[in-house]
Design a protein around this ligand. Structure first.
Ligand SMILES: NC(=O)c1ccc[n+]([C@@H]2O[C@H](COP(=O)([O-])OP(=O)(O)OC[C@H]3O[C@@H](n4cnc5c(N)ncnc54)[C@H](OP(=O)(O)O)[C@@H]3O)[C@@H](O)[C@H]2O)c1
Length: 211
């Protein structure tokens, strides 16, 4: 498959891009600055310059799948986390890219119960996730807890709902889960939360998980 990675220069996105470049998939890394093109090419991917707050049609053209690993960092949640994601979902529909793997967030299933400081962000992510579920795309929505820069273990815990105070998860393991989910039919049409755990990622994505 030809896979577009949105947020390819981000911390999770760079892991995703590198993993895809080392796989049988073709990978196109989306960045919003010409200055980041060389970094994406150094990871072994093709680069495309596009901003999620503007047109993204050219970025997804010719792709079979999208991994959305972009994020506002809390600054522009409605423009990027909601609006940018929905723009890319609609561009994927228009381009005939069937597969869409969304990096969402633990708590997006119930924003009003989240911490006050995160509530606006979680509402924006919830609306983007809802638009994806209503799309005609084959989606997977992955909702990790707190991300860390620890070394990956290759092992995770997944469920429809997990306790956010019950752990965290290395970015590299989140990236591996996003990539492993692409062909894994058990994740198609599924939303699940994710923390570090004991189950090898390759096994977790082939067994029933989430909702
Ligand atoms: N932090 C956590 O504990 C946590 C927990 C659960 C879920 N998440 C989700 O995981 C996501 C990824 O995390 P991360 O640590 O990899 O974040 P990150 O390093 O901040 O990466 C986000 C990427 O999104 C890109 N981006 C932002 N606005 C854009 C736009 N308008 N158009 C195109 N690209 C844009 C950024 O581009 P630039 O390089 O140009 O800035 C950056 O490369 C977060 O955004 C969040 O939604 C985070």
């Amino acid at each position: 498959m030809e896979v577009l990675v949105a947020g390819a220069h981000g911390q999770v996105g760079q892991h995703v891009t590198e993993l895809l470049a080392d796989s049988d998939h073709g990978v196109r890394g989306m960045v919003r600055s010409e200055e980041q093109v060389g970094d994406i090419e150094a990871l072994g991917a093709e680069a495309v310059v596009a901003d999620l707050t503007e047109s993204v049609a050219h970025a997804v053209e010719g792709c079979d799948a999208v991994v959305f690993a972009a994020g506002s960092g809390g600054e522009a949640v409605w423009e990027v986390d909601r609006g940018g994601a929905i723009r890319l979902i609609e561009a994927a529909e228009d381009a005939g890219a069937d597969r869409f793997v969304m990096l969402s967030s633990m708590g997006a299933g119930d924003p009003e119960s989240g911490p006050e400081a995160l509530r606006e962000y979680l509402r924006a992510k919830a609306e983007a996730d809802e638009r994806l579920r209503e799309s005609n795309l084959t989606y997977t929505i992955v909702r990790p807890g707190e991300l860390t820069d620890e070394d990956g273990t290759g092992r995770i815990r997944t469920a429809a709902s997990l306790d956010p105070s019950d752990g965290d998860v290395p970015r590299v393991d989140v990236a591996q889960t996003l990539v492993a989910a692409i062909p894994a039919e058990a994740t198609h049409g599924v939303t699940f939360e994710l923390l570090a755990g004991d189950e090898p990622i390759a096994e977790a994505v082939t067994s029933p998980l989430g909702e």
